[in-house]
Design a protein around this ligand. Structure first.
Ligand SMILES: NC(=O)c1ccc[n+]([C@@H]2O[C@H](COP(=O)([O-])OP(=O)(O)OC[C@H]3O[C@@H](n4cnc5c(N)ncnc54)[C@H](OP(=O)(O)O)[C@@H]3O)[C@@H](O)[C@H]2O)c1
Length: 255
């Protein structure tokens, strides 16, 4: 099995594409550590994963610097053997540029700060372990192009930073056998959009946004997870520093 004996950490893995990757890695013989906001959602996700294999939770609100310090401690003490990492924490709150307040901006960039230093902690374990590793950052189509219907200046700026981190780490860590790639999804129907649109408008919004994509629909968590799993796997052993568009064709052109 592809991930036999390998441990994955998913930052922001209690739902959506990150959780799907954890399921797939466990299904291929690996184990998973889910870092997520404290609460029932995290507990339920790890309980479900545990039915198929080994799974652990680390509860941390990544916007809370004290909780992030605790997460560092748990990752370095309990999981220095992780050789796979997916950085999936994120949220999406479209807002016109002129309406932004500092707190809106900080919320995106606090997540990048946590992602940056938690990645550092995990990479230290990978380097010490000497077995190499694979990291996939979940970037975004919005870092490449803006959509008028979803104004996202601070989100896009943060995701563009994650794409740049991908390039930098790919170069710095290549000699350690650690590959670093990113996916840049377009509109994907995950719990993220349940906080963007009211429940009674979600189906209609997804239908409408689906129409922008040349393949005629929005993505699913499976669509993006499949690409992430590929980038974690030995099948992509000569790929590093790639920003992989998983976007129904939208970066090639729009309907
Ligand atoms: N869905 C899309 O169309 C799309 C497109 C491009 C990029 N992305 C990116 O894909 C990644 C995964 O998102 P998804 O679509 O799979 O949605 P999702 O199910 O909402 O996953 C994002 C996860 O990040 C967690 N998270 C957010 N803020 C956090 C915090 N302060 N502390 C701890 N955990 C936090 C969320 O937990 P809570 O729910 O508890 O906050 C959630 O479990 C995100 O980085 C997103 O920006 C998504």
């Amino acid at each position: 099995m592809e991930f036999e004996g390998k441990k994955l950490v998913v930052i922001g893995g209690a739902s959506g594409m990150g959780l799907k990757v954890a399921e797939d890695v466990i299904g291929e013989g690996g184990s998973a550590v889910i870092v997520g906001r404290p609460g029932q959602k995290l507990d339920d996700a790890v309980a479900t994963l545990s039915r198929s294999g080994s799974a652990w939770s680390i509860a941390a609100d990544l916007a809370d610097r004290n909780q992030v310090v605790e997460a560092h401690k748990q990752l370095s003490e309990d999981h220095p053997d992780a050789t796979l990492l997916v950085n999936s924490a994120g949220f999406f709150k479209p807002k016109p540029f002129l309406d932004y307040e500092v707190a809106d901006y900080d919320a995106y960039h606090d997540l990048n700060r946590a992602t940056f230093f938690l990645t550092q902690t995990i990479v230290r374990g990978m380097v010490t372990g000497g077995q190499g590793g694979a990291i996939v950052n979940v970037g975004s189509m919005w870092a490449h192009q803006a959509l008028a219907v979803t104004p996202s200046s601070a989100y896009s700026m943060a995701k563009a930073g994650l794409h740049a981190l991908t390039h930098n780490l790919a170069i710095e860590l290549a000699s350690e056998g650690i590959r670093v790639n990113a996916v840049a999804p377009a509109v994907t129907r995950t719990p993220l959009f349940e906080k963007v649109f009211p429940a009674d408008q979600l189906d209609g919004a997804m239908e409408q946004l689906g129409g922008l994509h040349p393949l005629g629909r929005v993505g699913t968590p499976q669509d993006v997870a499949a690409a992430i799993v590929f980038l974690l796997s030995s099948a992509s052993s000569w790929t590093t520093g790639a920003i992989f568009n998983v976007d129904g064709g939208v970066m090639a052109g729009r309907n």
